[in-house]
Design a protein around this ligand. Structure first.
Ligand code: HMG
Ligand code: MG
Length: 296
């Protein structure tokens, strides 16, 4: 296969949001700088959510100011409510993400409301953001499995994706939050959603709990998805998804894609330096296969 895939580095947000110990703001900034040096052009630098729910992201404003997010259209920040939108606009974000789920039980735990209520809450926020020239991504979590209510049918993902597109999200990131699915289930979701939403607008966001992340990303790319989320070092997880581990590792995905003849514009060694930095400065050891093979 030829062509290119855009990697969206989610390590500084998804990778660190559930960390058990505090992380110095300077270390988060240092990580983002190293990722940029490795050639990462799109990155989720943090979130403006309740610090009671997610204390690790409380310094996102400071991080954004330090890394110059105001001038970086590729920097993205997650928000959950109007207060988050005010904060993110004040710090000059050019791209934001709103997030809901394909399972009501997960939406309730994660953002304190049903899917329908979350869509109602987000619609005016998306409108305000777009009027201010801010691009919006919509996340859908639990596309195959919910930690609270079990398997999720592909048909449950479709109306959520359609609603997010209709309200003005330019991109839909499909979150396999638990990292349990195998490629045939991923294919079923992508095919169902792509019948209603242009495949160019879809991103693959897969966690790697069962080691299926690389296979699932390849399945998504094979089907035509050209935007892939991943976290350096395989860091992370959602605080509201018990038992789930980190995102598929950025270095594993870059190794996969380059080996398959697909360009990412990212330097693998630079990524490994960023992964090593997490171990050295934050005490978070990289778990990726490629890191272990090259630096372990
Ligand atoms: P709530 O408790 O229902 O609502 O939370 P609230 O309005 O009563 O807020 C609770 C407290 O948080 C209040 O403080 C608010 O002021 C404060 P108190 O009055 O008790 O002192 N608060 C805020 N503070 C600062 N900035 C804000 C803000 N908002 C509220 N923006 C709420 C509802 C949506 C706020 C909460 O549930 C929340 O923050 N949820 C976010 C959860 C989250 O960040 N989850 C992880 C990201 S999603 C994810 O990881 C999945 C993904 O990676 C895809 C995948 O893998 O599937 C994207
Ligand atoms: Mg995630």
């Amino acid at each position: 296969m030829t062509g290119s895939v855009t990697l969206v580095e989610v390590g500084p947000r998804d990778g660190l949001q559930a960390c058990k110990h505090p992380i110095a703001t300077a270390a988060r900034i240092g990580l983002i700088e190293r990722l940029r040096k490795a050639g990462v052009k799109r990155m989720e630098v943090g979130s403006f959510v309740s610090p009671k729910h997610v204390p690790r992201m409380a310094d996102t404003g400071e991080v954004m100011d330090a890394v110059g997010s105001r001038a970086e259209p590729g920097d993205m920040v997650l928000i959950a409510n109007a207060r988050g939108l005010e904060q993110v606009i004040a710090h000059g974000a050019r791209t934001i993400a709103v997030f809901t789920a394909a399972s009501d039980a997960f939406a309730q735990k994660n953002i304190g409301c049903t899917i329908a209520a979350s869509l109602e809450r987000f619609a005016p926020l998306v409108e305000t953001a777009r009027a201010a020239g801010v691009a919006v991504r919509g996340y859908i979590s639990t596309i195959t499995d919910c930690p609270y209510s079990g398997e999720v049918a592909p048909e449950a993902v479709v109306p959520v994706a359609r609603s997010l597109m209709e309200m003005g999200c330019g991109e839909i990131s499909l979150g396999e939050t638990l990292g349990r699915a195998t490629p045939c289930r991923i294919a079923a979701v992508i095919e169902a959603v792509a019948a209603h939403v242009p495949i160019e607008a879809l991103a693959a966001h897969f966690h790697d709990t069962y080691g299926m992340g690389v296979a699932n990303v390849w399945e998504a790319v094979r089907l035509g998805v050209r935007t892939v989320d991943a976290a350096v070092g395989g860091l992370g997880g959602c605080p509201f998804a018990p038992g789930a581990t980190g995102n598929v590792a950025s270095e594993d995905i870059v190794y996969l894609l380059h080996g398959q003849g697909i360009e990412t514009g990212i330097d693998l060694d630079g990524l490994l330096d960023a992964a090593a930095y997490c171990g050295d400065t934050m005490g978070i050891a990289p778990v990726s296969r490629v890191f272990k093979a090259r630096r372990g």
